[in-house]
Design a protein around this ligand. Structure first.
Ligand code: ADP
Ligand code: MG
Ligand code: ZN
Length: 610
């Protein structure tokens, strides 16, 4: 970012300087040759007129220009062809005077002078544009282009051999596996082409800041041994009109020549924001142009040309839908915050060149830093070695690492390690969701349980993956779903006797679903198969507002019915958890240890408990 910014500012300064030079040039050198104009008072004009010295008069809207006859009569310093200008005063007898003096006169439109001035500018500009052009060619030939408007600078054009390997990236297990396929393809595109296998053109890395998305993209290029072309989305924003689009075009052009290769667009949200929202905010059409160019380029080449486009964002939800639709960035790779094992891996990577007092310290640090990103962990190691230097020690000890965590945490605020008590509650809560899903028919299978806090503020999550696409859900399935949603709260009630605020989001989602079951799907026994909500309500996303034609009693009945459905779901879940208490305890304690449990693992634990 640094040098790039400087360059833009420099060219801007140059631009201003140039205009200034042209102006001076125009005024001092060209103007005297172009038009010799003299401003004279009206009284002088009348005098010339009465003496019969005026040859021709041109009357404009607010000024009068005239030329003089003989040499002798012209005022000092004026050339033979000089035009004299007079500010036109309100003189109704002017025409009579002119006829009387017997001079030619005509009326002119005022634009003539303007046209002359314009010509002056164009002629003055020409040599400067030529100089500029030659300078530009020479400079770009030397590599460091001063005026790198449309062109990428040379570093980007060549693509970078990153040399980063997956061994330099820790704790991104699943993402790494997904990227393997891309690497295989880049190593030998022919093999894929022979079989007609089509790879996605675009891969979007999604994850919180500092989790190693940029690093992972570099490692993908490094592992495949292909050039890495990169651009940062935010660098487009400050540019001149049309430059962003030109840059994108250029980048693709250069990359296609170097295929197989990777094009990486970091922080794509800066240009890929939904277009309507950009317009509403600032009317910045430059970003829009850039985005459109990017879309056009992505559509413009066939899938198997050996160019893979990667992009990274930590805000996938604000991206323009056109970017994530099929044929563009249709593959998303989640880069999550690291697990304990991952954290220990990352710490070890960054401690490679750092002499440690005891290797096992890193595992201890990994244990107490849930929710820390790779970048923060790298920062901890760095801070620790600085502290060791200050101590005059020759090795980094546990006390340095501890203090380093404190420093990093202080810099982050509110990201304190969870207390064991909270962790235990979160573990039971998530296990409650997962176990209910496991035992209920019609619920989606559990993919993963995690108690690593997410950057969005959730303390944990249970991820279910549907086995097939389902567009129609039966009532039974919906009821199972509700039970799973309430599983977290059920577990808390069962184990601790009280519920926490952690379940509030679950309750909100569950109540919404229950309301729809009653009012839209006709799944209530007492109210029957009638649709109660207004069609507009669901458009506005607030099914409770403006229920116009529904009577008070019906409204009350709906509320009662919703209450029943949700309570029943909670009871279903409670019963399941109560009868599988051993599994609940075992999974919850494993979760506190490992932070993440995959679906298969959970199944193994349940079977081992019996
Ligand atoms: P992001 O692009 O996701 O914001 P970066 O890739 O820029 O994160 O990470 C910044 C730095 O943090 C990296 O250069 C690296 O030193 C460190 N880092 C982040 N994640 C990891 C990881 N998973 N493994 C090793 N180092 C990491
Ligand atoms: Mg990054
Ligand atoms: Zn929950």
């Amino acid at each position: 970012m640094g040098p790039k910014k400087k360059r833009t500012q420099f060219s801007l300064a140059y631009f201003v300087l140039m205009i200034f030079i042209v102006w001076i040039f125009n005024d001092m050198v060209f103007r005297p040759y172009m038009l010799k104009e003299l401003e004279v008072p009206y009284s002088s004009f009348l005098e010339y007129l009465s003496r019969g010295q005026v040859e021709h008069v041109a009357i404009g809207a607010d000024r009068i220009s005239f030329t003089l006859k003989g040499e002798a009569s012209r005022p000092e310093g004026a050339a033979a062809s000089s035009v004299h200008n007079v500010v036109r005063v309100d003189d109704p007898k002017i025409v009579d005077r002119l006829i009387e003096a017997g001079v030619d006169f005509s009326e002119v439109k005022q634009t003539e002078g303007l046209l002359n001035a314009l010509m002056g500018w164009i002629i003055a500009f020409l040599p400067l544009i030529l100089i500029w052009y030659f300078m530009y060619r020479r400079m770009s030939g030397m590599g460091g282009s001063v005026l790198s408007f449309g062109k990428n600078n040379s570093q980007e054009i060549q693509g970078e051999m990153t040399g980063v390997k997956f061994a330099d990236v820790g704790g991104v297990g699943e993402a790494e596996i997904e990227l393997r396929e891309i690497i295989d393809y880049l190593k030998g595109p022919e093999r894929f082409n022979r079989l007609g296998a089509k790879l996605p053109k675009g891969v979007l890395l999604v994850g919180p800041p500092g989790t190693g998305k940029t690093l992972l993209a570099k490692a993908t290029a490094g592992e495949a041994g292909v050039p890495f072309f990169s651009l940062t989305g935010s660098s487009f924003v400050e540019m001149f009109v049309g430059v962003g689009a030109a840059r994108v075009r250029d980048l693709f052009e250069q990359a296609k020549k170097k295929a197989p290769c990777i094009i990486f667009i970091d922080e794509i949200d800066a240009i890929g924001q939904a277009r309507s929202s950009i317009a509403a905010m600032s009317g910045n059409s430059e970003r829009e142009n850039t985005l459109n160019q990017l879309l056009a380029e992505m559509d413009g080449f066939r899938p198997n040309t050996g160019v893979i486009i990667m992009a990274a964002t930590n805000r996938p939800e604000i991206l323009d839908h056109a970017l994530v639709r099929p044929g563009r960035f249709d593959r998303q790779v989640q880069v999550t915050l690291p697990t304990e094992e991952g954290r220990s891996g990352i710490l070890k990577i960054h401690a490679r060149g750092v002499p440690l007092d005891d290797e096992r310290d890193l595992d201890r640090i990994a244990k107490i830093t849930p929710g820390f990103s790779g970048a923060e962990l790298a920062n901890i190691i760095n801070e620790a070695s600085l502290l060791a230097v200050r101590r005059n020690a020759d090795k980094v000890a546990l006390c340095d690492l501890d203090l380093a965590i404190e420093r990093v945490v202080a810099g982050l605020q509110k990201k304190t390690p969870l207390s064991p008590d909270v962790r235990k509650k979160v573990a039971y809560h998530e296990t409650g969701h997962a176990l209910t899903a496991y035992y209920l028919t019609g619920a989606d299978p559990v993919h993963k349980i995690s108690i690593i806090p997410t950057s969005k503020g959730a303390l944990g999550y249970t991820m279910q993956l549907p086995t097939e696409d389902q567009f129609l859900r039966s009532e039974e399935e919906l009821r199972s779903r509700l039970a799973v949603m309430l599983g977290g709260r059920a577990a808390e009630l069962l184990v601790f006797g009280v519920a926490t605020t952690g379940a509030s989001n679950d309750l909100e989602v569950a109540s919404m679903l229950a309301r729809r079951m009653v009012t839209e799907f006709g799944m209530s026994k007492t109210l029957g198969p009638v649709r109660y909500s207004n069609p507009e309500d669901s458009y506005l996303g607030s099914p409770s507002s403006n229920r116009g034609d529904i009577s008070q009693e019906t409204t009350a009945a709906i509320d009662r019915e919703i209450q029943d459905i949700v309570t029943e779901a909670q009871n279903t879940s409670m019963n399941i958890l109560r009868s599988h208490r051993a599994a609940l305890d075992k999974i919850a304690s494993t979760l506190q240890e490992d932070e993440v449990i995959m679906g298969d693992e959970m199944k193994g634990i349940i079977e081992s408990v019996g």
